[in-house]
Design a protein around this ligand. Sequence first.
Ligand code: SF4
Length: 361
Amino acid sequence: VTILSNKWILSATEIDTFKTCRRKWAYQYVDGIKPATSKAAQFGSLVHGFLEKYLTGYSINYDTPEGRVASPGLHYLPKQLPKENVERQFFFKKHGIIFNGYIDFFEQLGSQTWLIGDHKTASKLSSALSNDALKNNIQANIYAQWAFVEKNADMVKLRWVYYKTQSTPKALCIETDLTKQEAEDNFSYIVKTAEEILSIIKEKPLSASLPKNLNACFKYGRCAFYSQCKNSSGTATFVKHPCSPKIKEADLSLCHDKATSFHLFIDCVPVKNSSNYERTIELSELLKPVLTKIQTEKELSHYRLAGYGQHVGLIANYLSEHLKNNAYDNRTAILSSSKTPEGCDTLQTLTAAAGQVVRGF
Ligand code: SF4
């Protein structure tokens, strides 16, 4: 895939995955194979949904599984926040690299002091980070850096609230302060890792050529790529050009559980007689309403005029929103290209949202 380094948007999860196991990172972020969402992660999303409503003052039903798990942690949260301070997607650029993420909640505490909070669901509270570990945590530092870069903060209070999901509900709050200088020192490690990721992406590696970390296979339950990785003979898992539906069944089983989302074809098209797609949408077609919205809301005749480093985040933001509101399902094939500016700028957002990704080379 042709991706210029400044077009790749990095998240804390991607950097964490890369540090955990490079092979796993490549399956997920280079090949675009999405592991099925675990039951624990699905429940975590319900708890997040409940807390989002609580923080923004919506009426909620406490007598639900997610309400019961969330309740013990509510006193650690701000009373009520504006909608834009909750589940907020952010982008910022530092050292030429674009970072993004979703902050669960944030609030301005003083002229240059900001609170950044995160909800964590866990089967046991002993897995919570210590205060020191939180200060050095990759996710916490990327989130805090957003406040230093975009909000001119000089101090960030990090508040990680843990909610116990098994047996009796309980919560734990871990807090630490991060000064701008501490964050700067920590960020050099993140930038070094990010640069490593970007240089590997430029080399267009075969996933099976990247090193395994056998110590990580059962770190968060069994790794979703375990069987594929164990039997890997060193061959690539993605489809070679010309694009054909010859994806091995084992590979397909790694895709999203229900595979309900659209299929993305990059630099290739579905084979005619083997595809059951009701709609085939070219990227330019898909982007039309998104560009119109950017034009109206941002008063920009084209998103690329938002300025160097800003336009990728801008289109990613609006496109994610559009995909969320339009639920393109697996009867839809979206055709994109890694060779056009629009294709490059939207590649990551589309890959993340697709139920299946097929690449031509
Ligand atoms: S099975 Fe283990 S070595 Fe293979 S990708 Fe997963 S974590 Fe890495």
